[in-house]
Design a protein around this ligand. Sequence first.
Ligand SMILES: [Zn+2]
Length: 203
Amino acid sequence: MDLIKIGGFIADCRKGKKITQEQLAEKLCITDRAVSKWERGLSLPDADKMLDLCNTLDINVNELLNGEKIDMKDYKKKNEELLLELAKQDELKNKRLIKDMWAITIPTFIFYIALVIISSTLLKEGPILATIICVSTVVLLIVCFYGFKNEVEAGYYECRHCHHIFEEKNYFKLLMAPHMGTSRYQKCPKCGKKSMAKKVMSK
Ligand SMILES: [Zn+2]
């Protein structure tokens, strides 16, 4: 998605309506800084503001995200391009979440093991050793939770039996399910069979 083009389009539509950034911000109950950021291509309107923005500017969401007015005859094509683009971005985001998860949890885990081994070799049993182990265990648990959160947020699961792709964001359910890497043992909502459902990055 071309944020600069979208920003320019928002600015043009706003000027076409003869309203200032402040007036637009007031209509949408947001700050004029947010409007200025959109128009400079620094950010995209939040999903919950998009419809209001489009209504105010007399455009539709498809036009907003394409950054231009769309002819009715090109509409279907543009819509498909947009859906494809959104799917691509979803996949990229999911891949990044998983990459971040491994990048953070693996070094922390290695560091934790090393710290426990070294400190229990060098230090005598006592309050200092106990403190080091307690603090590092808490840090490890926090990092593991963060990694787990990334894993839950990212992507979908694929049933091994019927290849149905489904979403599961229930933390408790996922935490309790046995896993291997990012595959988790789950019941498929379509065929009802249980399997080691594989994590996939796109629908
Ligand atoms: Zn299934």
